[in-house]
Design a binder for this molecule. Structure first.
Ligand code: ZN
Length: 543
């Protein structure tokens, strides 16, 4: 019998395995952050356990080599690609920006992109090839393991294997396994590509509808209109609206400075409790539901464009549907948040530079839409860390919540929510101040602010979040500032609904068309209120 070959003097299988584990783990930790990195590592560990398991049969060893080295190559490539996208675009691969960019990319554009990268592309490919070579070599060396594992060691490996395999049973963990993640990712690009084709047609149809309405502008001279749409802000939590906690001192100060040109719509309501449906209403003059066909409907941005406005859309949201249904009707689109979903931590204040850039642009007629995350859950991520002005509790708000039997958890969420509103106050006021500061000489400027819907934070129920079933889900702020002419003060006590905002906006832009419904413009003397059909009983819309 031939004696077993001695392990290479330079590297024993155990050392090779340890280096391999370090390499794969560090690439994973660079490509993913926090909890997600831990999950991916847990998905990777079973491969190493298998590698350490004493396997003797050459057939099994060969199979193990192929499976483990190709899987580890996948994990490492996953980390490398993620690190690249993160460092180059501050984005994760499944963010709307990345998906939309790839879904919109033709093979010609892909080639151009590769060419534009020049030698960095070749360096990247070479570097990846070297890393994969190292992974395969180390796996081969480690695959020669012969040292038996003691009984206790075997049990330890089995327990570890079971623990790490739990990740594979959970859908939330499993989806980060590179084999699953990237095949889902490819499917979402294919799906998006087919749905984007339709949305191009929809936008073309909306533009054609707007042009057919032949809108005109009644004013002469330059005009700048800023529309700030926020998310999940309940007016009951703003001191401007009478809240006991001083959450909006800056808006209150600005509204006093500008009293003659300022309008607080006291009784503003959203017609929908969720973002997408609410935005559909806001931009369709309250006429089109989220999934209705375009038909003869109008879109606020298409109408403004047809009338001669240049449009900017800047957003702290990362949402493909909003992007496709609304933002892409603008001339310039700036999405600063490349983490999908509204759970991400990008602060709204990051948009202020963007806004100022658009405000100083010399274009004569400008509509600038600023889409904020506002106070969208998770509330704690809507204000800078450490900004917690209401944590002491111990005030009238706290006392009232206690008397209504709100749980401690809900009361603490209220403190966090109010801190988010306090941060939001500074950002929103700054958008108004910037609009005033950059109002065009010999022209007009206007600013409008509203929330897409409200939020339940222990107002009507002992829970928090979006709320279709309570008034708190619909009680929004709506504010207007206009350089001239002054806004009618009596409008302040007229009830207002978000999905009619388009009519008010048309007034602020001085855009008119024949079929326009003036009676839905809250500033107009012919205003004729009709309550939205909310799924609630006995709502008093005058409160
Ligand atoms: Zn929303």
């Amino acid at each position: 019998m031939r004696p077993a070959l001695p392990d290479s003097a330079a590297m024993t299988p155990a050392v090779a395995g340890a280096i391999l584990l370090t390499l794969a783990a560090s690439v994973t930790l660079t490509g993913h952050d926090g909890l997600r990195a831990a999950r991916v590592l847990a998905l990777m560990v079973p491969l190493f356990i298998w590698l350490r398991w004493p396997v003797q049969h050459p057939g099994w060893k060969a199979l193990r080599l192929v499976v483990v080295s190709s899987m580890l190559c996948l994990f490492v490539l996953d980390g490398v690609v993620r690190t690249y996208i993160q460092s180059r675009y501050q984005a994760v691969p499944e963010s709307a920006m990345v998906l939309a960019a790839l879904a919109n990319t033709s093979s010609r554009e892909a080639t151009e992109y590769a060419q534009s990268m020049g030698h960095t592309l070749w360096l990247g490919l070479l570097g990846s090839a070297v890393i994969l070579g190292v992974v395969i070599t180390l796996t081969t060396l480690s695959n020669r393991h012969r040292a038996p594992v003691g009984k206790a060691g075997r049990w330890a490996l089995i327990v570890l294997l079971v623990l790490c395999s739990v990740g594979l049973l959970s859908k939330h963990w499993r989806r980060y396994h590179p084999a699953i993640y990237w095949s889902n990712w490819a499917t979402s690009i294919t799906d998006l590509r087919s749905s984007l084709a339709n949305q191009d047609d929809e936008r073309a149809q909306l533009m054609a509808n707007a042009e057919a309405a032949q809108p005109w502008i009644t004013s002469t001279g330059p005009s700048t209109v800023v529309l700030v749409i926020t998310d999940s802000v309940n007016r009951d939590n703003m001191s401007l609206y009478g809240y006991e906690r001083e959450t909006t001192p800056e808006l209150t100060a600005f509204s006093r400075e500008e009293a003659a040109r300022w309008l607080t719509l006291s009784y503003a309501w959203s017609a929908e409790p969720g973002t997408l449906a609410s935005l559909s209403g806001i931009f369709s003059y309250g006429m089109r539901g989220q999934n209705d066909p375009v038909g003869k409907h109008h879109h606020v941005l298409a109408m403004a464009r047809a009338a001669g406005y240049r449009i900017w859309w800047m957003s702290n949201h990362d949402d493909i549907a909003i992007d496709q249904q609304h933002a892409r009707l603008a001339h310039t689109v700036e999405m600063i948040n490349r983490q999908p979903g509204r759970g991400s931590a990008s602060l709204d204040g990051e948009l202020l530079d963007c806004l100022e850039e658009a405000l100083v642009d010399p274009t004569q007629r400008k509509l600038i839409v600023v889409h904020l995350l506002g106070a969208h859950p998770d509330y704690s991520r809507r204000a800078p860390e450490g900004m917690r002005p209401f944590d002491a509790g111990n005030d009238a708000v706290e006392a009232e919540m206690v008397s209504e039997g709100r749980s401690r958890w809900v009361r603490e969420m209220r403190q966090t929510y109010d801190a988010a509103i306090r941060y939001h106050d500074g950002v929103v006021t700054q958008t108004a101040r910037l609009t005033r500061q950059h109002a065009p000489a010999n022209g007009q400027a206007a600013w409008m602010y509203l929330s897409d819907h409200g939020q339940e934070v222990g107002h009507n129920a002992n829970r928090t979040g979006h709320s279709a079933a309570t008034e708190a889900g619909y009680r929004i702020p709506a504010l207007v500032w206009r350089s001239s002419p002054s806004v009618p003060a009596e409008a302040s006590k007229r009830p207002f609904r978000a999905d009619w905002a388009g009519w008010l906006l048309a007034d602020l832009m001085n855009v008119r068309w024949d079929a326009m419904e003036r009676s839905r413009n809250v500033l107009d003397e012919t205003y004729d209120w009709e309550p939205p059909a909310l799924p609630l009983k006995d709502v008093d819309f005058h409160r």
